[in-house]
Design a protein around this ligand. Sequence first.
Ligand SMILES: Cc1ncc(COP(=O)(O)O)c(C=O)c1O
Length: 567
Amino acid sequence: MISPNNVFRGPNSVADFFDPEKSPPVPLVEIPDRLNPYKKDGVRIYAKLLTHLPAQNVKSLPALKMLRGTPEAGKKTIVEASSGSTVLSLGILARVLWGNEHVNAYVTNKKHPESLYMLRFFGITPHLYGGLAQQEPTDPTGIMCRLRRLARKREDIVYPGQYDNENNWKAHEQWTGPQILRQLPEINLFCTTVGTGGCITGTSSYLKSQKPSVRTLGVFNVFGDPTPGPRHFENFNSCGFPWAQTVDTFVDVASVDSYRMSMRLSREGLIAGPSSGQALRGLLDYVGQLNETDELRQLADPATGEVSCVFTCSDLPYQYLPMYFQKLGPDEFPSIQNEILLQCDQLKHDERWILTPSAAEELLRFRPKPTSYSASYKNAAADISEITLEPVAETKQAYSVTPRPTPKPSLFPSCIGSLFKSKPRSTALKTAQSGQPRCCAVHAPLATANPPSTPLILDLRSKAAFRTKHVPGSLSAPLAGLTPDLADGDLFGVPEAVFSVWNSIQALFGTQEILDCLEEEADWGRRAVVVVCYDGDASRLVTATLRDRGVEAFSVQGGFAGVQGWL
Ligand SMILES: Cc1ncc(COP(=O)(O)O)c(C=O)c1O
């Protein structure tokens, strides 16, 4: 009985949801006229969205029937030669029906590595095999025969074997065919792609049993040019299903045409993968052939003069997205605007690395952390609690036990830079401990204002701007090309400006000497760096660069404009 309002409750809710007897039929949707060049000839084409089955692919029904036909599989390891729809459906249903988590997929190593994510996402173990990607089910050295032998030998293994399991095609005879005929009694032509032959055999056999005039069309891959899911005709000859009695005719479709048509379908709102595009392409090619003769008229409903066609949508496009871009030309996709941004600024940014001026001031003044952090720092974008502010005494102790390499000369034209310039760490420390070091001639001694355990300020503004005003204890690192009016003060609004600033940053931090110098000044890994620029934008890029190199860096919202309030 169909569940009222499509609601499934109770201990068997999910199993009921997967039961086609308890769900409404999956949609049958007429394609838009834009995709149907034969509309004017009285041809109406409907997509049967098997993608709306609970496992979102054509194999949802065969997997259900195959597992129901093997109840012992509930307690065994299930193996299947499939990298897509069949094993996904088996994997999902084995859990839904029995809580069985042991499903192994035997997958060609030629498959796009990303498709393995999909299997593993669903808890299915992929076992790769080499050699031919699409193997012949009857080849004694092929993967299917090996699995068949394995299941015969091992009591704990079940091999549903989609290529010769009768429940595969019978699922479509039981459910897909009746759904379609109920939805579209006027159907004249049924078309689907052929992999195992389950869908074409089962659906055609039902349709023809009820309405012998229905013509059925199977769509194959071109030999050597696979679309994922279907096979090529040469391989299909050995299929043991009773397809020959039920299928009228076959066509083949090149993969590039399958991908293109699937993209067109998806763009029109009928979201479907490559084999669905292949089915529609094959159907249109066939209808085109019939239209050249009187055959199309003969197929039409005598009452309406229309030819009603159904093709199947067997899975979704997402797992194949990289393939669409490999198969189709770049002019078939919208181009990426501001593409220059893919060549720069690719490192992670994090809101927690942006300090409000007050949070920065708090940090730099080395105030104890307030009890209620969020109250006092409510506007702080950055979680400054992630910085460990050690008491000076402890820090000194820590310094004294850490062996330090001799620092390289500072390359920064900085007032504070000169404090540490060319000095081994011990001398620099001594200076800091003595309370005597000065930021510059103007500023007060630094030891209390900015002891080495507090963050180091890195000022990206020009030398002249730095000379005019700076936060005591800052290190000047003027960034080439950075001016207060760069990009009208909206750096991230001008991609070319981001690119140029990014390149300056890479040049500035690109040399080992500079990194060594910063390492010395920032006491790498212990002392945070607060980066200041004119408006807080370029400093975000520097922060990302420093973070990427292991420095605990922050930028300040509003840049120097924000911090000068506390000078
Ligand atoms: C995406 C896709 N389309 C079409 C088919 C073909 O269906 P059948 O095996 O019933 O012939 C398959 C089979 O696995 C498939 O995965």
